[in-house]
Write a protein that binds this ligand. Structure first.
Ligand SMILES: [Zn+2]
Length: 82
């Protein structure tokens, strides 16, 4: 049996793990794309790729997990009185 494994990790042109960003342009609002992790700094490599559906689902899962953890932590903080 052949198992095809899709990797959700994109690498930018400089070989770094690409980060997922949300587009803020009016033509493409709230669309996710992969970008160079150094995009904020001057020396990034201009890597750019739209996120496909599979990657989007994966990203959603990760974000939802992060939010759940955050809510849990907040609840604990409130219950313990800070
Ligand atoms: Zn890069």
């Amino acid at each position: 049996m052949q198992t095809r494994r899709k990797t959700h990790e994109e690498s930018c042109f400089s070989g770094l793990k690409a980060v997922i960003k949300k587009s803020g342009t009016t033509e493409n609002p709230d669309i996710l794309f992969h970008a160079c992790p150094r995009y904020r700094k001057g020396n990034h490599c201009n890597y750019f790729k739209w996120v496909d559906d599979d990657d989007y689902q994966e990203w959603l899962k990760v974000e939802q997990r992060k939010i759940k953890k955050l809510i849990y932590r907040l609840k604990m903080t409130i219950m313990n009185g800070g």
